[in-house]
Design a protein around this ligand. Structure first.
Ligand SMILES: C[S@@+](CC[C@H](N)C(=O)[O-])C[C@H]1O[C@@H](n2cnc3c(N)ncnc32)[C@H](O)[C@@H]1O
Length: 494
């Protein structure tokens, strides 16, 4: 019996389950923090804050953090932050569980998801393990008091303790990576996202992140033909490639396309994962592992509204209109919309609705389809929604400096910046520096001019960070200042 994530009964019963753990759903930070202050003592808050700060790469502090998280007052408050994570990840994992299995939930914590899986699949035996004894005590109590009989919990720390097993299925959600901040494998140079295939580097980073010991220890408990379901904090490309190569080297292939999951963390949308469903097989792989960064179309577009838009719009040089349109919104107000190219280097969309709204949205030349789509959506809002200006402000990409003179014509701080930089025509570099940072990563920074009247600053490193800022040439001195500030204290080596 495989349950599909689209099953309408699923999220509802999971919500009831989360309520049975005392968890609540919040959509604003203000409400969440007000509840936190109400429920937790000052000492608990200080201790949690200190342990949260210390726990990266420090197993003792990590253990103390999860022990404290399991105490009766802290548990609902802390784990409510993960409310939507549970809804999304729990449903996605459950969709790949099936009857007749013995399932291990590694790093189960207090067993919030484990007990839900057990209720959902009464004929399957679940085993939850965690190194936090306080968490395991809470998990046991919850299962006992609610009569959930098909779940066992034990305090096991891998790789030091022997794991029970073998299991037909192992689930690990947010538990395999020792350090949540480790950047994983570096790219070959700052100019590429590709990772060299170097077995020794792979081994060093697997050991450093704890992947090696944990994965090998889990695999000893996996029966042949068993399924591995993983959902880790592997959104960062360096960590994703590390994990994928570690899995491939141990004979795993993906059974379905890995899927990034999006969920709300209080008031922010988070993209996390991907979710991997894997099996060991000697057959020829049917899917290739994707080793490129995820580029979300929304991340490609830069934009501003109000005073910032009014400031940016006239400074876009050499505008060439591709299409324009004037029409009336739902409340008969006049709206003007224009789409075109600036300086043969950028695509722009401009919307002007007299006193109600002004917005500009900008991308690279190849982003024209995204800008068209965005403007279509904006027009749809104006035609349907009587409160269209509020709806527009909600969907419009927003930037803008307090000091308008510092507002760029375009900027991008995502992997998409590399493509924008590569596409800049007539690039003339004024100054550049490639240097080794104290932690060993290589970074490059350059500034110069491009197209006819634009200036740019580009920054890239071997851990996938990219940034580009484009201004008009009259403000090249601002970019030069950024450049000098960034290179200060980091001597160049090439
Ligand atoms: C972020 S929590 C995830 C809990 C749960 N899997 C979920 O998805 O909400 C990570 C859990 O892994 C446990 N853990 C970390 N390293 C472990 C290890 N080496 N052996 C056993 N448990 C471990 C921690 O104690 C913690 O409860």
């Amino acid at each position: 019996m495989a349950i599909q994530p689209s099953s309408p009964a699923l999220p509802h019963s999971l919500e009831e389950h989360l309520a049975s753990w005392g968890l609540r759903s919040f959509s604003t930070e203000a409400d969440y923090y007000a509840w936190q202050q109400e429920v937790l003592t000052r000492e608990e808050l200080v201790r949690l804050h200190d342990l949260a700060g210390d726990r990266q790469g420090n197993p003792a502090a990590d253990l103390a953090f999860y022990d404290l998280a399991a105490s009766p007052s802290v548990l609902p408050v802390l784990y409510s932050e993960r409310y939507h994570y549970y809804l999304e990840v729990g449903s996605a994992v459950a969709a790949h569980l099936s009857s007749g299995q013995g399932v291990l939930d590694f790093g189960c914590g207090v067993g919030i998801l484990t007990t839900w899986y057990a209720k959902l699949f009464p004929e399957v035996t679940f085993t939850g393990i965690d190194r936090s004894s306080q968490s395991i005590a809470v998990a046991l109590r919850h299962a006992q008091t609610r009569g959930i009989k098909n779940v066992h919990f034990s305090c096991v720390a891998i790789p030091d303790d022997e794991l029970p097993g073998p299991f037909d299925c192992i689930v690990s959600t947010h538990a395999l990576f020792q350090s949540e901040t480790d950047p994983g494998l570096p790219s070959q140079t700052w100019q590429t996202f590709e990772r060299a295939r170097d077995v020794q580097v792979q081994e060093v980073v697997e050991k450093r992140t704890g992947i090696k010991d944990r994965l090998d220890s889990l695999l000893r408990s996996l029966s042949s033909g068993a399924t591995l379901i993983l959902f880790e904090k592997s959104g960062h490309l360096g960590r994703r490639v590390l994990l994928q190569r570690a899995l491939a080297a141990r004979g795993f292939q993906t059974l379905v396309d890995p899927r990034v999951l999006s969920y709300q963390s209080i008031d922010q949308m988070v993209q996390d994962g991907p979710l991997y469903v894997l099996r060991r097989t000697s057959r020829r792989p049917t899917r290739v592992w994707v080793e490129e960064p995820e580029v979300n179309p929304d991340q490609r577009l830069y934009g501003c509204t109000g005073a910032s838009a009014e400031w940016v719009w006239p400074r876009l040089p050499n505008r060439r209109v591709k299409w324009k349109q004037s029409w009336e919104a739902a409340n008969r107000e006049k709206i003007y919309l224009e789409c075109g190219e600036a300086d043969g280097a950028l695509t722009y969309g401009y919307m002007n609705a007299e006193c109600r709204f002004r917005g500009v949205v900008i991308g690279s030349l190849s982003d024209e389809p995204f800008i068209d789509r965005f403007l279509d959506k904006a027009m749809g809002n104006c035609e349907r929604d009587p409160d269209w200006s509020t709806a527009l402000v909600r969907i419009w990409p927003k930037t803008g400096e307090e000091d308008l003179t510092q507002t760029p014509l375009y900027e991008n701080h995502t992997p998409a910046a590399q493509e924008v930089w590569q596409q800049l025509s007539g690039r003339k570099v004024y100054q550049q520096e490639t240097a080794e940072e104290p932690d060993g990563r290589q970074r490059h920074i350059e500034f110069g001019t491009c197209a006819r009247e634009l200036a740019y600053l580009y920054w890239a490193n071997t851990f996938d960070q990219r940034q580009i800022v484009i201004m008009d040439q009259l403000r090249v001195h601002i970019l030069e200042e950024y450049f000098l500030e960034s290179v200060k204290g980091n001597p160049a080596d090439g």
